[in-house]
Design a protein around this ligand. Sequence first.
Ligand code: ADP
Ligand code: MG
Length: 393
Amino acid sequence: MLNKKSVEDINVEGKKVLLRCDFNVPLDIETKSKITNDKRIIESMKTINYLINHNARIILCSHIGKTKEKLSLKPVAERLSDLLEKDVKLLEEIIGDNVKAYIDQMKDGDVVLLENVRMFPEEEACDEEFAKSLASLADIYVNDAFGTCHRAHASTYGVAKYLPAVSGFLIQKELDALDKSINNPIRPFVAILGGSKVSSKIAVITALLDKVDTVIIGGGMTYTFVKALGGNIGKSICEDDKLDVAIEILKKAKEKNVEFVLPTDSVVADDFSNDANTMIVDTNNIPNEYEGVDIGPETIEKCREIIKNAGTVVWNGPVGVFEFDNFAKGTKKIAEFLAESNAVSIIGGGDSAAAVEKFGLADKMNHVSTGGGASLEFMEGKELPGIVALQDK
Ligand code: ADP
Ligand code: MG
């Protein structure tokens, strides 16, 4: 997947370039019209500016929000106009004669944005005709939507069949950072894996056991492991149908000589809310009326030691319910240890990235991925269709 052509390997002068970006940025809950975090737009600027400076005519394409919300990319067009200091018009349509007519009168260096491509069901169905129509708008296709490249949709996959297809700088940067850290890590190589469910992380844990020296488990999935080992987990979140998988994972870790760290203590709460009563207990002995919501101080200390000595740390999944301030301490401490450490730090996972940003530590990390699902699938060793579809070097 790494030997793909980039925009630098193709002549874009005077060409119409269809650039698929990931402008799926969060909007404010009340009006759905204000961007609350523009990281993904900022990260796509390098490719857009390159194309402007090389006199391409740029047709931007993206989705935003959940499919059923049918959100408009209008706030993105406005933000792009500010950042580029030029008018970026939002076309209400995506394919068809009106769009073609508009593109035909564009000049070198002009930028236009097509409306939310997921307003069309053909996008996610990867409809051939739709992909062909999209392709007919342009001479070249550039994919820079890392956050969507684990999806084989019309604008991320189908279209690449009908145009010379290359990657943008963001995809290059993401693949480079993820590949180096996972396949050529500075050792000791540590993975911190949290989040709520074992089921969503089985594939990544299993794949990483072949690569890492240490795995630290945190978050809700801790308790599936603890229960499988015979501990009392009270009301903690647990997947009872994954107890045997947890045992399998522990067995594999032993076979591979991987140090497998489960939290020894937990912050437990008598309610799933910020003002619940809490206490710190042994993770194996959680009282019946309580549930684990964060790692405890002893576990935090253990993490400090491991991170201090690490060469590379890949982190996917918060180690507690960080959305509640009272349960965010473990996640915040891990972010701080990573910020202070000399280890190469890679954050892959939507909620983990949001946590690191919430604590204001994102720019202290070596790499914070813009694609939660995509980075997870990469770490699982899967092929990403949006990248596979691009031309080889
Ligand atoms: P990422 O997006 O980084 O891959 P996940 O989506 O797997 O992370 O998991 C994030 C969610 O896990 C957060 O919403 C967080 O509240 C939840 N979580 C973490 N620890 C616990 C816990 N002990 N109990 C329940 N949920 C938890
Ligand atoms: Mg998530």
